[in-house]
Write a protein that binds this ligand. Structure first.
Ligand SMILES: NS(=O)(=O)c1ccc(NCc2ccco2)cc1
Ligand SMILES: [Zn+2]
Length: 266
């Protein structure tokens, strides 16, 4: 009898546990994960892809903080003052925050790659679909909830526009530290060339939800050694914990699966 009950409960438990019958399939481990390698020759030119249009109000910049993954510059997203529109987007998306991913040295650090070329860092400008959702947190969970503009960083000349940000980083060295930071217009970090690739993907850190329209700028911006070195002086760890330098905070490449990358240029 006992073994029958256990067998039965085992069977029930087994059905209970099988992930295929648990919720929607678009959970992480799904079909549209990020980052990816962009194979330039496989990208499909989309002639009616409009240019990306950003309008950012520097007064909506509120603070900068270390969330234990990266440092985030956060914006007041209660109004439509700072938005991105155009390109593959049907309506405006509100700027929520921007952050970076970088390596322990200049040989790697970006999340996306272009024909397997890795950059030393990558900037993400994170926006959410304010026409369809009420909050960023809600949009994170929805199919076309987010639009992230990705910009590669390459080693080169000193980036004067970035220096205001670099100078404040020591004040957010520790996890969960926060500093007031205002009057910063992130459009000064966009490359002058408007060419981009776009594809459907996901967040690259938890909750890894498949809610992102990615817009990857073709041209990198330049930063110098000293500026990247300051990124690497940040810590994953909080005050009082054994110090771990915040480096290599990028996710490995994910399979393209059944996706096409579109380009705004020939
Ligand atoms: N690296 S990224 O641009 O794909 C990215 C962007 C934004 C978050 N946010 C994660 C989050 C916060 C609250 C709910 O969800 C995570 C990752
Ligand atoms: Zn990111």
């Amino acid at each position: 009898r006992a073994c029958n009950i256990s067998a039965c409960s085992y069977k029930l438990r087994n059905v209970e546990l099988h992930p295929l019958w648990k919720g929607p399939l678009d959970i992480p481990g799904g079909s549209r994960q990020s980052p990816i390698n962009i194979r330039v020759r496989d990208s499909v030119f989309h002639p009616n892809l409009a240019p990306i249009s950003t309008q950012y109000d520097p007064n909506t910049c509120i603070h900068i903080w270390n969330n234990g993954y990266s440092f985030l510059v956060e914006y007041d997203d209660c109004t439509d003052k700072s938005v991105v529109s155009g390109g593959p987007l049907e309506n405006p998306y509100r700027l929520k925050q921007f952050h970076f991913h970088w390596g322990a040295n200049n040989d790697w650090g970006s999340e996306h790659t272009v024909d397997s070329k890795v950059f030393p860092a990558e900037l993400h400008l994170v926006h959410w679909n304010c026409s369809k959702y009420q909050t960023f947190e809600e949009a994170v969970m929805e199919e076309n909830g987010l639009a992230v503009i990705g910009i590669f960083l390459k080693l080169g000349r000193h980036n004067q526009k970035l220096q205001k940000l670099v100078d404040i980083l020591p004040s957010v060295r520790y996890k969960d530290s926060l500093t007031e930071f205002n009057y910063f217009d992130p459009s000064c970090l966009l490359p002058t060339c408007s060419d981009y690739w776009t594809y459907s993907g996901s967040l690259t850190t938890p909750p890894l939800t498949e809610s992102v329209t990615w817009i990857m700028m073709k041209r990198p911006i330049e930063v110098d050694h000293s500026q990247l070195a300051v990124f690497r002086s940040l810590l994953y760890t909080a005050v009082g914990e054994e110090e771990k330098n915040m480096v290599d905070n990028f996710r490995p490449l994910q399979p393209l699966m059944n996706r096409t990358v579109h380009s705004s240029f020939k």
